[in-house]
Design a binder for this molecule. Structure first.
Ligand code: 13P
Length: 309
């Protein structure tokens, strides 16, 4: 890092620390955020841990460093808190692949099926669903339902992986995370050739051909735990590059290799220290959800939070 970059970062870190106190704010950051943003956060985690934290924290203001659906989930779970997203355009292409109208039409075709909705979705889609899931608890959520037929939206890859782990019949929506979708089986084979002693850990948003080559299939939080507990010294990581920063920081004596350089989510990289400082200074950009949608979406999120993992 250049001297100028260090000075700029320090300027914004000091500003964030001062404003965080003044505003009685808490900063939550997803594991895919830039390293410097993870470093200033009060809490880093995966989607499930961040939802739990948002519902639990005793703060007037939550600054959510992640993408829009994550901040929206925090606003659904904690309506009395002010939820801010530093960059409102930070979206999730996977979440945008399904509309409430599309889901309603699917429900008409399978009237007796239950609907499980991955948290990477809008509040309106959550409101049309029976229960949400994250990559940490998707299998448990599906198995917790009485119905044997389940509409699983919007991530087809996660759904297909879950289908290999349950006896239930899953009906998929054709959605996928473009970042994870770019990873091909040959990328994993190449990485294994380069690092023959390494274990391969991938996110369940990867395509099934990639998942089949992995030693472990885990959420980002699951990968953090795995990295801490494993005796192996080298790990090939098949998920967004931001996680590798955290893994390396927490496990300096182990080596983590990104499975392919293609694993970068442009939306997750939009949040910078400057944007976080601006959010706190200007108290923007507020994320709210209309009450009638919020109420139904909260039911789906609350049902998920009740499922034990
Ligand atoms: P995790 O819940 O595993 O952190 O996944 C979040 C996500 O959006 C993956 O693309």
């Amino acid at each position: 890092m250049s001297r100028e970059q260090y000075r700029d970062d320090q300027f914004y870190i000091d500003k964030i620390n001062r404003l965080r106190e003044e505003r009685k704010a808490i900063i939550l950051a997803h594991n895919y955020q830039r390293g410097e943003v993870q470093d200033i956060a009060d809490f880093n985690g995966d989607s499930l841990a961040l939802s739990r934290e948002a519902a639990r924290v005793d703060a007037e203001v939550i600054v959510f460093c992640g993408v829009h659906f994550m901040a929206e989930s925090a606003a659904i779970l904690s309506p009395r808190k002010t939820v801010l997203i530093p960059v409102p355009e930070a979206g999730c292409p996977l979440a945008d692949m399904i509309t409430p109208q599309g889901l309603r039409e699917m429900k008409k075709r399978y009237p007796t099926a239950s609907v499980v909705c991955y948290v990477n979705s809008s509040a309106q889609v959550k409101a049309e669903s029976d229960i949400c899931c994250t990559s940490t608890n998707a299998i448990e959520v599906v198995n917790s339902l009485e119905s044997n037929q389940i509409i699983f939206v919007p991530d087809e890859n996660l759904g297909r992986y879950v289908a290999t782990q349950t006896d239930k019949e899953l009906i998929f929506w054709k959605g996928s995370c473009p970042t994870h979708y770019r990873v091909l089986p040959e990328d994993i084979l190449k990485a294994k050739e380069k690092h023959p002693k390494a274990k391969v850990v991938v996110h369940p948003e990867c395509r099934l051909g990639v998942i089949m080559l992995a030693d472990e299939v885990l959420s980002t939080g699951g990968i953090v735990k795995f990295a801490r507990q494993t005796d192996v010294k080298e790990v090939i990581v098949g998920t967004e590059m931001g996680l590798v920063y955290r893994l390396q920081k927490e496990n300096p004596h182990k080596r983590f290799y990104l499975a392919t350089e293609k694993l970068i989510c442009p939306d997750m990289k939009l949040t910078t220290l400057e944007k976080v400082a601006n959010a706190l200074e200007r108290m923007e950009h507020r994320v709210t959800v209309p009450e009638e949608v919020r109420d139904k979406a909260k039911r789906a999120l609350d049902s998920m939070l009740e499922v034990e993992v």
